[in-house]
Design a protein around this ligand. Sequence first.
Ligand code: ADQ
Length: 446
Amino acid sequence: MNQFVVVANRLPVDAGPGGLVSALQPIARSSGGAWVGWTGNPGERPEPFEHEGVHIQPVELSGEDVDHYYEGQSNSTIWPLFHDAVEPPVHRRAWRVAYEAVNRRFAEATASVAAEGATVWVHDYQLLLVPAMLRRDRPDLRIGFFLHIPFPPVELFMQLPRRTDFVRGLLGADLVGFQQPLAAQNFLRLTTQLLGLHPEGERVAYEGRTVTARAFPISIDVAEIEKLAADPEVQRDAARLRKDLGGDRRLLLLGVDRLDYTKGIDQRIEAYGELLADGTISNDEAVLVQVATPSRMRVAQYQQLRERVEREVGRINGEFGDVGRAPLHYLFQSRTRAELVALYLAADIMLVTPLRDGMNLVAKEYVAARRDEGGALVLSEFTGAASELDDAFLVNPYDVDDLKRGIGAAIATGPEELTARMRRMRERVRAHDVDRWARDFLDVLG
Ligand code: ADQ
């Protein structure tokens, strides 16, 4: 039995050293904790095991669960709806049924490993119903929930079939954490609209308890990124990248994203193409590297995005390229963290231009990597990160002209000003790393 339980769609095994895992693993280990989640392989049913001092409680998903709960309700309904419906959400009854059944399975697995009075921390949009299910079975638990993605405005949320169930699901928690204050307010407003509750400030009384909704902007493992950035081998790789791409005469622009329609990759590439077309930049002066990590490739909208992006990349390279010199390097590949940091160190201008993003850790990783206080960040105002990194060149990614203006401003700004901006952004990120985020949340949860 465990005093602290993390509940997330994926287990911290084989997941690589992601920020969430590195923040929560030490806490889980030191408090004799457990982690409830899916291995990532359909049909696999490993027995519970120990991993780096944490009890691992696997939850089984069948192939159909993956189709309906994960790729369906989670990634084709909730994900697009919560990101401003930038792609139309798809609604299917069978998906909702599977989502509820899988959430029930997660709640039961959690109840089976949580000690009397334990603290349970549930994560993200795949598990919105778990807090209420757990509360019903185990009223003794302290339950926290954190949403990693945006929480939409009331009018959009109201489109969701069975919407009240999802609000009740979250109200099962004692503390509901969001990336941004506005998201917490959206949620509290819905408790009035759908359940007639009366929130006061961050708190709302519900079924004889008090639920708190508050922003806890997530961050990264700054020390890990700084260590990689100080590694001579990583620095050598960064220098080699610059040399291969044309040396210091050529400005290096960089994008790093999962290939997702929320990330604004096609708009970014379009803006770059226009800058080449209208002669603001030339292939001799600049080059764009876009890393697009394969993601959710079984979902139709992601395949369509891939086709759009790859067509546009081909068009731009065809139109503006030269033999042995392409204006746009597109990598549909995953990279190690060391390779990403080498790219961050090499890049003069980092382009983070999502249409909507809960936080965006790539922006913070770039800032953390720039121990030299070099580089510039062009950042969408629709990311959570924009509230903290207002020394970036902020842009509206829906407006191609504004994207071009932001990139142009970053190019035109002198090194002193860029250093001052980067220094202030680094202070912010270094003072608020992921460890502090986890401690803040758990302190309030109590
Ligand atoms: P994501 O949508 O996945 O996260 P992001 O916050 O940028 O977006 O995190 C992506 C992570 O994957 C970063 O750590 C990045 O380094 C890594 N990554 C990206 N491309 C990679 C590649 N090619 N190879 C290896 N690693 C790569 C969701 C929400 C965000 C929120 C986070 C955390 O959508 O808004 O910031 O969760 O809460």
